[in-house]
Design a protein around this ligand. Structure first.
Ligand code: F6P
Length: 551
C-alpha cells in the first residue's frame, strides 16, 4: 500500500497547510486548558506534549489513518505472537519477556511463557549463587567483577540500564564492565585492571558469531587459560554464555549449564529483558531486574489497551510522523536531564534507527515517503553548552524530547532544583523565542547606543515556535526506567507500522560486515606480500597505505 495515496494521509496533508504557520504561543493564548488537554500520565511517567504544533483535529485525523491501517488489530498481532517480522518469518515478543500475568502467549501453538519463566528462574538462581559466594572463580575467590562481552543489542541496553541505575547497586554485589568494540583498548585495559580470579565473563551474543564479540571473547578466554597455566576447566568457572545458539556456545567450551538462553522471537535491540539482562541482574540484584520488567509490563498494558488520545507511545509516534513526513524535519533529539541517563540516546539510536532505518515496505516496494528519523541527543545540562545553539537559532528544526526525573539520589536540593529549572526553561525558550523588538529593547536597556543596538539585535533573535515533548518522572527507579524504555519501544513499533516497513530485521548492517571480512583477508595477505588488492581504487590505495605503515 502506498500510504501517501490514501485519503486519510491526504487529509493530514491538507491539515498541515492549516497548521504549518500556527504559533504555539497563540495556541496557548487561545485555550488556557491546552496544557491539561495535551498531557497525560501513565506507568509513573507524565508526558507534556502541549508544546507541539498540533490541534485536536491533528489527532482525529491520525486516528482515521490508524483505523485505515488496521492499527489496533496489527498491534494485537505483536502481543499475540503472529510472525510480524515477515522477512525473517518470526514473531516479535519482547513483551512476553516481561509479561507478568498468567496469560499464555502462543507461538505455533506453544506457550512460550513456560520457557520465559524457567529462564528467569535460572537467572534468579544464578544471581543467588554468585551473590552468596556459592558460585566462585577457579581458585575459590568470590566473583567481584562481571564483564559483559557483547555489541549492539547485546551491549547497549544492559550498559545503559546499569549506568542509569547505579544508585541501586548494592555495594556487596559485583561491579560490571562492558566490552564491545573490536578496538582492543577496552578489553586489554580491563584485563589489566581486574583480578581474573574474581572475574566472570558473560559472552552476550544471540548468534554467538558476531565478529567483535567472538574476537574479544576468544582473547578473554586465552587470558584466563594463560593465567591458570592452560587449565581447561577454569573456563566453566569464569565464562557464562547469553545466547540462543547452543551449538556454538558448546563449541566455545562453555558448559551448557552456564548458558542462559533466549529465542528467535527476541530481537537483539529488544533483548535487555531476556538473558541478555544477566549483567543487570548481577549488578543490581534480581529483585531490581524484576522491577524493571514490571515497569515495562505496565507500559505494555497501557499501549495495548488505551485509545490513541490516551496512549502515550501512540501520541509520541504520531507526533514523530507528523514532523518527519509533513513538516519534513529529519532529526529527533532526545535530552535526558539526568547524568545517569547519559547513555539513553545511544541506546535509542539502535532501537530507533536499526528498527526504522528502512527503504522498502513489508512487501518489498521502495517507499516514496521518509521513514525513521536521525536520532541523536545528549544529557542536560552538558548539551546546552554544546549543540543547543543550533536547536535554538539554527536553520534546521529539531523536535526534542526532554526527560526529567524530579528527585535525585544525592542530597543536594540546590543541584536538583537548578537541573529542573534548566530543563523546563529550555522547552519554554524553544517555544517562546525572542522577537527583534524585544532584543532591541533589552540592548537599549543595557545602555547600548542605537547603532550598536541595530548591529547586535538580529543576532539575539530566537525564532521560537520549536516543538518539544517533556517526560517527567518522580525518580529514576528500575520501575520507571522499564516504563520509559517500553514507551520508546512501542513508539518505534507504531511508527514502523504507519510507514509500512518491517521494524524487526536489520539487513542494512550485513553488507558492511561482509566487506569487512573481504578487506581483512586482503589486508592479511597484503601484509604477507602475497597479493595485490582488488577493490575500488580508493580502497586499494588506502589498503596499500595501511599495509606499508602497519607495524
Ligand atoms: O548490528 C547488527 C546486530 O545484529 C544487532 O541487531 C545486534 O544487536 C548485534 O548485531 C549483536 O548481535 P549478536 O547478539 O548476535 O552478537
Amino acid at each position: 500500500m502506498n500510504i501517501t495515496e490514501c485519503q486519510e494521509w491526504k487529509d493530514l496533508q491538507a491539515h498541515y497547510q492549516e497548521v504549518k504557520n500556527l504559533q504555539l504561543t497563540d495556541l496557548f493564548d487561545a485555550d488556557e486548558t491546552r496544557a491539561r488537554k495535551f498531557s497525560l500520565e501513565t506507568s509513573g511517567l507524565f508526558l507534556d506534549y502541549s508544546k507541539n504544533l498540533v490541534t485536536e483535529k491533528t489527532f482525529n485525523l491520525f486516528d482515521n489513518l490508524l483505523n485505515a491501517l488496521d492499527f489496533r488489530e496489527r498491534r494485537e498481532q505483536m502481543f499475540t505472537g503472529a510472525p510480524i517480522n515477515l522477512t525473517e518469518r518470526r514473531s516479535v515478543l519482547h513483551t512476553a519477556l516481561r509479561n507478568r500475568s498468567n496469560a499464555p502467549v502462543l507461538v505455533n501453538g506453544h506457550d512460550v511463557m513456560g520457557d520465559v519463566r524457567a529462564e528467569l528462574e535460572k537467572m534468579r538462581e544464578f544471581c543467588r549463587k554468585v551473590h552468596s559466594g556459592e558460585f566462585v572463580g577457579y581458585t575459590g575467590k568470590k566473583i567481584r567483577y562481571v564483564v559483559n562481552i557483547g555489541i549492539g543489542g547485546s551491549d547497549l541496553g544492559p550498559r545503559m540500564v546499569t549506568e542509569a541505575l547505579k544508585p541501586c547497586h548494592p555495594p556487596e554485589f559485583p561491579k560490571v564492565r562492558y566490552i564491545s568494540n573490536i578496538d582492543g583498548v577496552a578489553l586489554f585495559d580491563t584485563l589489566q585492571e581486574l583480578d581474573l580470579e574474581e572475574t566472570l565473563f558473560l559472552v552476550a551474543s544471540k548468534t554467538f558469531s558476531t565478529m567483535e564479540t567472538m574476537t574479544n571473547a576468544n582473547a578473554a578466554r586465552q587470558a584466563v587459560l594463560d593465567h591458570y597455566s592452560g587449565a581447561a576447566d577454569s573456563i566453566k568457572c569464569h565464562f557464562v554464555a547469553l545466547s540462543s545458539n547452543l551449538e556454538r556456545v558448546t563449541a566455545f567450551g562453555i558448559d551448557p549449564e552456564n548458558m542462559f538462553t533466549f529465542w528467535d522471537w527476541v530481537g537483539g535491540r529488544y533483548s535487555l529483558w531476556s538473558a541478555i539482562g544477566l549483567s543487570i541482574a548481577l549488578y543490581l540484584g534480581f529483585d531490581h531486574f524484576e522491577e524493571l520488567l514490571d515497569g515495562a509490563y505496565t507500559m505494555d498494558l497501557h499501549f495495548r489497551n488505551a485509545p490513541l488520545r490516551e496512549n502515550m507511545p501512540m501520541i509520541m509516534a504520531v507526533l514523530g510522523v507528523w514532523y518527519s513526513n509533513f513538516f519534513g524535519w529529519e532529526t529527533h533529539c532526545v535530552l535526558p536531564y539526568s547524568q545517569h541517563l547519559y547513555r539513553f540516546p545511544s541506546f535509542l539510536q539502535q532501537l530507533d534507527m536499526e528498527s526504522n532505518g528502512k527503504r522498502v515496505t513489508t512487501d518489498g516496494r521502495v517507499v516514496t515517503w521518509s521513514t525513521g528519523p536521525v536520532v541523536w541527543g545528549g544529557e542536560g545540562t552538558n548539551c546546552q553548552h554544546a549543540f543547543f545553539q543550533l536547536i535554538h537559532q539554527g536553520t534546521r528544526h529539531v523536535p526534542c524530547d526532554f526527560i526529567l526525573p524530579i528527585n535525585a539520589y544525592h542530597k543536594s536540593r540546590e543541584h536538583q532544583q537548578k537541573l529542573i529549572a534548566n530543563c523546563l526553561a529550555q522547552s519554554e525558550a524553544l517555544m517562546e523565542g525572542k522577537s527583534l523588538d524585544v532584543a532591541k529593547r533589552e540592548l537599549t536597556e543595557e545602555g547600548l547606543i542605537l547603532k550598536e543596538v541595530r548591529r547586535l539585535a538580529p543576532h539575539k533573535v530566537f525564532e521560537g515556535n520549536r516543538p518539544t515533548n517533556t517526560i517527567l518522572m518522580r525518580k529514576l527507579t528500575p520501575n520507571s526506567l522499564g516504563a520509559l524504555i517500553a514507551l520508546y519501544e512501542h513508539k518505534v513499533f507504531a511508527q514502523g507500522l504507519i510507514w509500512g516497513i518491517n521494524s524487526f530485521d536489520q539487513f542494512g548492517v550485513e553488507l558492511g560486515k561482509t566487506m569487512a571480512g573481504n578487506v581483512l583477508r586482503e589486508l592479511k595477505l597484503g601484509v604477507e606480500g602475497k597479493r595485490t588488492f582488488e577493490d575500488d581504487t580508493s580502497t586499494n590505495s588506502m589498503l596499500r597505505w595501511c599495509m606499508n605503515n602497519f607495524e
